[in-house]
Each structure stands twice: as structure tokens, then as C-alpha cells.
Design a protein around this ligand. Structure first.
Ligand code: ZN
Ligand code: ZN
Ligand code: FE
Length: 760
């Protein structure tokens, strides 16, 4: 073809290309390259009919991916030649809806700088308007009912645009061109302050709420993915009051600050951390606290890390600036219940917790908690994936033919749909142990299934017979695949890093149901994506009373003391129980070892939330080079780390009144050495050199950084999570991949679902 001969073609762009200003971008680009034709949103992405010389066309297609808007994520651009067609100019056509197809949609995006400037510009018509947004920012997933992402498919459908908004919406040169949630004070949602009965209080709602917060009141705020509870973070009394009413004792609370500058007054903030704080996902970021900052000790007692986040909606920006103080901002619920999303629901369920309610009339369709993340070793290390992240899919290098739904674990629950190379991991649900949690789960799952037209053929679940998710799987009509908890952790880490083949997996966590029916949690596995073999473990101890040891950690300490022959310190009743062995299951859990150590050192006897003792043990620990002894032995075909010598020496240290910081430090150093030595031994035996680290214990920064150093100086290659959490929030991804991998069509059996059935 001659270079100047006009070319006609159909360009299809897939990825996150809706709700991110992609069509206006295409429109402008078409202008630059002299392309004629049109662009339209389809259920699968964006479709462009284009006519131009082949040279211009090439430049245009190249620029589509190279210059795409910041929030867009292009997965694939396809080109198909079309017969010549008549065309005068370039236009944007209305969206097409096709059955059986689906597109990706951007998560909710934090307020952009342009909107922020307008928000605080007295001459702007949206000055102090709490719902300002544009194609680069604003609500997305929390207001979407269906795709393609257009206004009638959102909870903005009921707000009719005024003339000026309409003009902006239709002007391709405008930042709000086709911004679906666009609104202004004249035509958009309205904010008001209500008392605890919901009656509106006259006056500027932001000024009123800020004043109340400064006076120590608790205000419920209708945020993006649900209600939040706010109070003065500098007031011990206000925070204690909030804890009392919410029945959330001890568990650390997040603090919202007005901006990076204020974050830096409270905490040390690295470049990477600043970038993460200000990213469109706007997660709560765990930061190292500065000593003697203005934040009340009640907010995160006993910990050196503080969860901090920046305002991510115009409402938050207005409130933080007006209040002039950092605010505790926590999800609007009673402890362990799902977050409230509707006005009436909030007034009812938060009655007795909040003194006042900052309400508005834009509905929230889907509940989303705030996400939690941190920077570890220079990269993001997520802890909770929710608002701003989910349901942005985790893109895998591998493509699977079987579509799977994985139901996740019991704590920090998420579910995951796997289709092709997309893992759609749902937002953090939390503890799956109540009826409310179950309905939240089902609501979120059904919404995602509908939005992305998902149609799983197989259900993957944990092996624990008592998990609610396991029971859900049993009720399902789909073929089931049970996946061992720690195998799921390791495969989650493998998928997170797109690695194939076999690895040595170190899965250390609190609790996971083992293949032998005992509680696992200090595991080393030879693992590939489909199968695993247990290679080594921590030596198990008795848990007097079973699961009760998770909260009553002094019992776990008794279990350890018993085994190391220090039974003198054990209460008579417990000693009797240990002697009889009644209700004393064995556990190899690493989490329980942290609990036992914390209790023996005298940090605390009871854990008020899962992992509290381990977090505090890390917080007091000083990095030590000396360590306690341990044995690494072979027992029943497994390598076993015998920690009895460790605990004996630790008890001696306590008796000789060694510093708590040093004891805790040596405890960390010892476990590090044990992990590194075990991995080295397993590597020598097998030639495997890749180590995948997963499980909640690796939220421990001190331990993880020492393990990382140790493994790399042993010449081993170490893989950590960076897209999904290492805790049980990442389990669903691992379950889904294991199931899909086991369903890969094999030469003998051609129908994948039959193969799955055979595995039941
Ligand atoms: Zn904006
Ligand atoms: Zn308007
Ligand atoms: Fe786990």
C-alpha cells in the first residue's frame, strides 16, 4: 500500500479505558493526527473507527498507548482493516452495550489537583462543593450498577445536569467531558449535617461538623465506600470515647491528615511513602511514628507504626482543612460488622456511636473499606485491598481456560474470580463469621460477578471444615476444589510475582487447617502452582484449650513452658489440662510462638485482636546480632525446627532481667536464622533456589527484612508479595490459581470440568 493512500480500520482498545477520560483523549489525539471516524465505549472497552493515511494511522495507534491518560491501563490494542467508508470528521458516539462481554473499570480515584484547586478557589462555581470531580478523579466503583460506565448506570442517574454542567459534559476540550459523576451545587448531590436522630441542623455542614469535631464529638461521615467515624486524633478522651462506643479496644486506628506536610509532622515519610500516600488509590499507609507527636497514645498504643492517609474526596479535604486537626477516621460500624452505606442504615446502626451525621443524597452501591498498605524494601507491600484498589484485577502472565471462584479464608476475607489472565479480587470483607459479614460478602460477590459478566465453572475453598466459606462451597452446585491454607499462601505469592515451576515456600502465619487435621502455621513447602509437599515445620506445641489460646496468649505460653520443662510457673488448672492432654491440640503455628514469647517476656497476657502480641513484640524489639540456640532435626521425613532451646534461653534471659528490647530482638534473630538455615538445607537437597515468603507473620517488618538479608547472603532468591497481601487477604488468589492450574486440560481428559469433578 502506498503511504498516502487512505486506510480504514477498526481499533479496539481493552483494559481500563472507561471512566478515566479515554474517549476525550482519543478525540484530541484524532485531531492531532488528522484522523476521521468515531470512538465509542463498548462493553469490552473502547472501539475506534478510523480513516487516515497509513502513516498517520501508525502514529495514532502508537500514541494511543504511549500518551494514554494517567489512570488508564491498556492491556491490548487490536487493529482490523475495514472496507472504505464515508466520513467527514471525528466524533464521539454513544455507548454500545453488548451481551456477554465485559470491560475493566477504574477503581474510585482520589480528588485530582485540578479539582482541588477549583474546590478552594472562591471564584470557581464549585467553590467548596463537596462532590466536585472530573474524568481524572472521583467515585467509580462505589456508584456503578452496570457497564458500560455511563451516567444512567450509576447512582448519579437521578441527578439531572444543569445547563452549564451539560455544556462541560459535551465539550471535548473540557476536563469534564463525559465525566459521569459530574455535578455542581446547582444540580448535584447535597450535603447536610444531621443530629443523632437524622434531623437536619441549619448552617454550613462542614463548618458545623469541624466545630463539633474540635469539641471532641464523634461524627459519622458518609464517605466513598460507606460511612466513617471521625474524631479528634489529638484528644485521648475523644479517641477513648470512640473506642468504647464502637467496642474496638486496642486495635490501632488510622489518622487522616490534611496533607503531606502534616503527615511529616507526625511520622517519618520517605519519597516512596509520600508517593503512595498521594496516589489515586489513596490507601492508609503504615508509617514510622515520630516520638512525641501530637497524636494521642490511644490511637495506636504500643506500636511504632501509625496508619496515616490523606483526604481522598472533596468532602474530606474540606473537613480536614476546616477542622485544622488530624482526625481519627475509622470504618462506620460496630467492631466486626460490615461498614454502613445508606443514610437510614447508618442512623440506625451507628446510633449510640456517632453524635452527629454528615449525610448526603448520592447513594453508595457497593461497600468499600479503606485500603491499607506500606512500603517495604522500596516497594509497595499491601496489607488490605479495598477502596481504590479492588476490583482492579491482578493481571497474571498466565492465561487459564477454566473460570474459577475462590472463596477465601475466614479472617481478612476476600473472594477472587479468576478468568483468563485476570484475577478479580474482591474488596476486603473482614471476618467471615457472622450473618452480616456473609450478606456483605454475597452482595460484593454478586455485584462483581454481574459487572464483569463472570461465570465460574469451579469453586475453590479452604480445607477447614468449619469455615463459613467452606460451607458456602458445599452448598454450591459447582465442582469443588479444596486448597490447603498454606499452599494457597505460597501460590498467591507465586502468582503475585508471576513465577512458575517449583519453589520453597515459607508460609508462616497464625492459623491454617493442615492436611493432617492439626493447626499449621510454621510451614516450609515444596510447592508448585497445583500441588505441594510439606518439607519442614516448626516443632508443634500443645494449645491448652485450643483456639482460646489465640486471645488468651498466657495459655500458649503455658503450652510452651510445659514442653521445655518449666512447668513450675504454670497455674495448677492449666498444668492438669496439659498433663491430661484434654482439648490440647498441637500447633506448628509461628504466630503462636510470637504470642508465647510475648507472654513469657511479660508484654501482655491477653491479645485483644489477632496478632496484637506479635506486633508489640516487634515494636519493642531492638535489632540484635546475638541469638538463642535451636535445633534443626529430621523427624518423620520432615525437617523440624525445635524451638525448645530457644525458649529455655529466653526464659533464662527473663529470669536474669535482661532488657525486653534485647530479648525480643534475639527472638527475632533466632527465628530468622532458623528460616534461613532451613531454606538452605532444603535448597541443597533439591536444587531449588527460589523462596516464596507468605503468611501474616511476614507483616513483621523486622523479621522480614532480616530474613530477606539472610536468604540473599545464602545465595537464595527471595519473593515477597507486592500486589496482594501476604496475610489471609491474599489467600483467595492462591486458591483460585491452584484450582485453575489443576483444571488445565490434560491430554487424557479433555473436558476440564470433568477433571475437576474427579478431584473432589
Ligand atoms: Zn478531578
Ligand atoms: Zn450543574
Ligand atoms: Fe494464613
Amino acid at each position: 500500500m502506498l503511504p498516502d493512500e487512505p486506510q480504514y480500520g477498526l481499533i479496539e482498545v481493552r483494559g481500563i479505558v472507561q471512566g478515566v477520560g479515554f474517549r476525550p483523549f482519543v478525540y484530541r489525539l484524532a485531531g492531532n493526527y488528522g484522523i476521521k471516524g468515531n470512538v465509542t465505549n463498548t462493553s469490552e472497552g473502547v472501539r475506534i473507527r478510523a480513516a487516515a493515511s497509513s502513516e498517520r494511522m501508525r502514529g495514532f495507534i502508537r500514541a494511543l498507548s504511549q500518551q494514554a491518560p494517567p489512570q488508564a491501563w491498556i492491556e491490548d490494542i487490536s487493529w482490523k482493516e475495514l472496507p472504505a467508508f464515508e466520513v467527514e470528521d471525528f466524533t464521539i458516539s454513544s455507548s454500545l452495550r453488548e451481551a456477554g462481554t465485559s470491560t475493566l473499570i477504574s477503581p474510585d480515584l482520589a480528588t485530582c489537583d485540578d479539582c482541588l484547586a477549583e474546590l478552594f478557589d472562591p471564584n470557581d462555581r464549585r467553590y467548596r462543593y463537596p462532590f466536585i470531580n472530573c474524568t481524572n478523579c472521583g467515585p467509580r466503583f462505589t456508584i456503578i450498577e452496570d457497564t458500560p460506565y455511563d451516567r444512567p448506570m450509576t447512582t448519579m442517574a437521578g441527578f439531572k445536569m444543569c445547563e452549564r454542567c451539560e455544556e462541560e459534559y459535551h465539550d471535548p476540550a473540557n476536563r469534564r467531558f463525559h465525566a459521569q459523576p459530574d455535578a455542581c451545587p446547582e444540580c448535584g448531590p447535597r450535603l447536610w449535617l444531621g443530629d443523632d436522630g437524622g434531623s437536619e441542623i441549619a448552617g454550613d455542614p462542614i463548618e458545623l461538623a469541624a466545630e463539633l469535631l474540635r469539641n471532641g464529638k464523634i461524627v459519622a461521615i458518609k464517605g466513598l465506600g460507606g460511612f466513617q467515624l471521625a474524631c479528634d486524633a489529638t484528644s485521648g478522651q475523644a479517641v477513648a470515647g470512640l473506642r468504647e462506643r464502637k467496642r474496638r479496644y486496642s486495635k490501632p486506628l488510622a489518622v487522616m491528615v490534611s496533607g503531606l506536610e502534616e503527615a511529616r509532622r507526625i511520622c517519618r515519610v520517605s519519597e516512596e511513602e509520600a508517593r503512595l500516600l498521594a496516589s489515586p488509590g489513596s490507601p492508609i499507609v503504615l508509617l514510622n511514628e515520630k516520638i512525641n507527636n501530637s497524636i494521642s497514645r490511644e490511637v495506636a498504643e504500643g506500636l511504632e507504626h501509625q496508619g496515616v492517609f490523606l483526604p481522598y474526596t472533596p468532602l474530606h479535604h474540606l473537613l480536614l482543612r476546616e477542622a485544622g486537626i488530624p482526625l481519627v477516621m475509622t470504618s462506620g460500624n460496630m467492631s466486626s460488622e460490615p461498614i454502613c452505606k445508606d443514610n437510614l442504615e447508618a442512623l440506625e446502626r451507628l446510633a449510640g456511636i456517632a453524635d452527629y451525621f454528615l449525610l448526603h443524597d448520592r447513594d453508595i452501591l457497593i461497600r468499600y473499606d479503606d485500603s491499607v498498605s506500606r512500603i517495604f524494601a522500596g516497594a509497595e507491600y499491601p496489607l488490605r485491598r479495598a477502596r481504590g484498589y479492588a476490583p482492579y484485577p491482578v493481571k497474571l502472565k498466565d492465561t487459564y481456560t477454566t473460570e474459577v471462584i475462590a472463596l477465601g479464608a475466614e479472617l481478612k476475607n476476600t473472594f477472587c474470580f479468576l478468568r483468563g489472565s485476570h484475577a478479580f479480587i474482591g474488596q476486603h470483607i473482614g471476618e467471615m463469621d457472622t450473618g452480616e459479614a456473609l450478606s456483605h460478602y454475597e452482595e460484593a460477590r454478586d455485584a462483581m460477578q454481574h459487572l464483569f459478566r463472570l461465570d465460574p465453572q469451579v469453586v475453590a475453598h479452604d480445607l477447614h471444615p468449619d469455615y463459613l466459606t467452606t460451607r458456602l462451597a458445599m452448598e454450591s452446585s459447582l465442582p469443588r476444589i479444596g486448597v490447603q491454607h498454606h499452599h494457597a499462601h505460597i501460590v498467591s505469592c507465586m502468582a503475585d510475582n508471576d513465577i512458575q515451576g517449583e519453589v520453597i515456600g515459607v508460609a508462616w502465619d497464625g492459623t491454617g487447617y493442615g492436611e493432617d487435621g492439626t493447626v499449621w502455621g510454621g510451614e516450609f513447602l515444596f510447592s508448585d502452582r497445583a500441588h505441594f509437599r510439606r518439607a519442614a515445620r516448626l516443632r508443634p506445641y500443645l494449645m491448652p484449650g485450643g483456639e482460646i489460646c489465640i486471645s488468651d496468649i498466657s495459655r500458649m505460653a503455658a503450652g510452651v513452658l510445659w514442653e521445655v520443662g518449666e512447668s513450675d510457673g504454670i497455674a495448677e488448672e492449666l498444668a492438669a489440662q496439659l498433663r491430661s492432654g484434654f482439648n490440647c491440640p498441637l500447633t506448628s503455628s509461628a504466630g503462636r510462638m510470637f504470642d508465647a514469647a510475648a507472654a513469657i517476656i511479660g508484654l501482655r497476657d491477653k491479645a485483644l485482636y489477632e496478632g496484637q502480641a506479635a506486633c508489640e513484640l516487634e515494636a519493642v524489639a531492638k535489632r540484635m546480632s546475638s541469638r538463642y540456640p535451636y535445633h534443626l532435626l529430621e523427624s518423620n521425613g520432615l525437617l523440624e525446627i525445635d524451638t525448645r532451646p530457644l525458649f529455655k534461653a529466653l526464659i533464662d534471659d527473663v529470669a536474669s532481667k535482661a532488657q525486653m528490647a534485647e530479648i525480643a530482638g534475639r527472638f527475632h534473630t533466632t527465628l530468622t536464622a532458623a528460616i534461613v538455615e532451613t531454606c538452605s538445607r532444603l535448597s541443597e537437597e533439591t536444587g531449588l533456589e527460589r523462596i516464596a515468603l507468605s503468611g501474616g507473620v511476614f507483616q513483621n517488618e523486622l523479621l522480614t527484612s532480616m530474613v530477606l538479608e539472610g536468604l540473599s547472603s545464602a545465595g537464595l532468591e527471595c519473593y515477597l508479595h507486592h500486589r496482594v497481601p501476604c496475610n489471609d487477604g491474599g489467600i483467595s488468589l492462591g486458591q483460585a490459581v491452584v484450582a485453575a492450574e489443576r483444571c488445565r486440560p490434560s491430554p487424557q481428559i479433555e473436558v476440564p470440568s470433568q477433571r475437576c469433578q474427579a478431584l473432589l
